[in-house]
Design a binder for this molecule. Structure first.
Ligand code: PHE
Length: 365
C-alpha cells in the first residue's frame, strides 16, 4: 500500500508541476497510457484471487480516479492560462490615435457649397437642383427673357450644336448650357406648391475667360415664394446669410437699383469692406463696396409662367457667384486656379475631409 501512496504522491506532484499542455500529456501517458504505471497496476487485478482483488482493487481504482481528476483540472487551468495569454498579446489598444489616411482635401467650392447648405438649412431652406443642359424656355423664356430681348446679350451663351431654331416654348429639348442657376427657380415652382424656400447651388456656363471669369463657374440661386413676402424679407435674409458666411457681425449691405428681366424691382447687392494692410477685408464699409450678388422680387410674369397666380403668391430671388464668395472669404485672387487641379493649390486652400462645416462650430472651421 505504501507503494501505491508513493506512486500517487509522485504522479500528483508531476501533474501540478507540468508547465504546459505538452508536459501534462507526457505525465498522462506515463500514468494512464497503454503502458502507463497506473494502467499496469489495473492489469494486475486480472491475475489476482477474488480476495486479493477485493483488498487491493478499490485502492488502485481510487488512484486512477485521483490521477484522472488531477490531470483534468490541471488541463483546464493550463488552457485558461493559454487563452488569457493569447488575449493579452492580441489586445487592440482602443486608446491609440487612429491613423486616418488624408489622401485628399475638399475643394473650396465644395466647402462653400456645404457652408451655404448649412446656413440656409438653419433658415428653413431646402437644397434644389436642375440640369446643366437646359431648354431655352427654362433658361430664358420662362424668366421673361424672350428671344428678341436685349437682355440675352448679357449672357454669353453656349448653344448646343444643332440647337438653332426650334420652338422657343419647347420644355423638353436642351439647347443651352445653363447661363445661370435661375432656371432652377422655374423647375421648382413647376414641381412643388408654395410656400417655397430653396437654394440651388451648381455649375453654370458662359463664354468668358479672364482672371475673374471662367467658362464654367458656380452660382447659388435662392428662391422664396409665399404670401406677403416683401423686399424687407429679402434684405434680412441676405444680411443674415452674409453675416453667418463671413462670420462677422459688422457686415454692411447696400442695395443698388438694377435690372434683371425676372425680378421687379431688382437690386444689385454690395457688401462693404475695410482695408487692412492694403488688403480688402469684408466688414465695415470704410474701404468701399464690392458687388456680391443680384436679387429682386420675383417678376409677376415669372410666377404666372409657372402656373401660379401672382396676386396670391409673391417672393424674392437672388443669385450669387460661389467662386467669388470663396475668393472673398479665403483670400484667393485668381479664379482660374480653382479649376487647374494643381495639387499644391489644393493642399494649400483645400479643407480637411472630416471637417464638415456646422453653424454652431463656425461654418468655415
Ligand atoms: N441670374 C442672375 C445672374 O446670373 C442673378 C439673379 C438671380 C438676379 C436671381 C436676380 C435674381 O446674373
Amino acid at each position: 500500500m505504501t507503494d501505491l501512496d508513493d506512486l500517487r504522491q509522485h504522479l500528483l506532484v508531476a501533474v501540478e508541476a507540468s508547465a504546459g499542455l505538452d508536459a501534462l500529456e507526457a505525465v498522462r501517458v506515463d500514468a494512464l497510457g497503454k503502458q502507463g504505471r497506473v494502467t499496469q497496476l489495473l492489469k494486475t487485478l486480472g491475475g489476482m484471487t477474488p480476495e486479493e482483488r477485493q483488498a487491493q482493487g478499490p485502492a488502485i481504482h481510487a488512484l486512477r480516479e485521483a490521477v484522472t481528476g488531477a490531470i483534468a483540472s490541471r488541463k483546464a487551468h493550463l488552457e485558461q492560462a493559454a487563452l488569457e495569454a493569447q488575449l493579452a498579446s492580441e489586445r487592440v489598444d482602443m486608446t491609440l490615435p487612429a491613423e486616418v489616411p488624408l489622401a485628399g482635401t475638399v475643394h473650396p467650392v465644395s466647402q462653400v457649397m456645404d457652408e451655404l447648405a448649412e446656413i440656409f438649412a438653419d433658415l428653413g431652406f431646402a437644397v434644389a437642383s436642375g440640369p446643366e443642359l437646359e431648354t431655352d424656355w427654362h433658361n430664358f423664356g420662362a424668366l421673361n427673357i424672350p428671344e428678341t430681348h436685349p437682355a440675352r446679350a448679357m449672357h454669353d451663351t453656349f448653344y448646343l450644336a444643332g440647337s438653332g431654331g426650334g420652338d422657343p416654348n419647347d420644355r423638353e429639348t436642351p439647347r443651352v448650357l445653363r447661363t445661370h442657376t435661375s432656371p432652377v427657380q422655374i423647375r421648382t415652382m413647376l414641381q412643388q406648391k408654395p410656400p417655397i424656400r430653396i437654394i440651388a447651388p451648381g455649375r453654370t456656363y458662359r463664354s468668358d475667360s479672364d482672371a475673374t471669369h471662367t467658362p464654367m463657374f458656380h452660382q447659388v440661386e435662392g428662391l422664396v415664394i409665399d404670401k406677403g413676402i416683401t423686399l424687407g424679407h429679402l434684405k434680412w435674409t441676405l444680411e443674415t446669410f452674409l453675416k453667418a458666411f463671413f462670420e462677422r457681425d459688422d457686415i454692411v449691405l447696400r442695395l443698388r437699383p438694377s435690372y434683371f428681366p425676372f425680378t421687379e424691382p431688382s437690386a444689385e447687392v454690395d457688401v462693404g469692406y475695410t482695408l487692412e494692410k492694403g488688403k480688402r477685408v469684408i466688414g465695415g464699409s470704410g474701404g468701399g463696396w464690392m458687388e456680391v450678388l443680384g436679387s429682386g422680387m420675383v417678376h409677376p410674369k415669372v410666377i404666372a409662367a409657372c402656373g401660379l397666380d401672382p396676386n396670391e403668391w409673391q417672393g424674392f430671388a437672388f443669385g450669387c457667384g460661389i467662386d467669388r464668395l470663396a475668393m472673398l472669404k479665403y483670400g484667393m485672387d485668381d479664379l482660374r486656379a480653382f479649376f487647374d487641379g494643381d495639387i499644391r493649390w489644393l493642399k494649400h486652400y483645400g479643407f480637411a475631409s472630416l471637417d464638415v462645416p456646422t453653424l454652431s462650430g463656425g461654418v468655415g472651421a
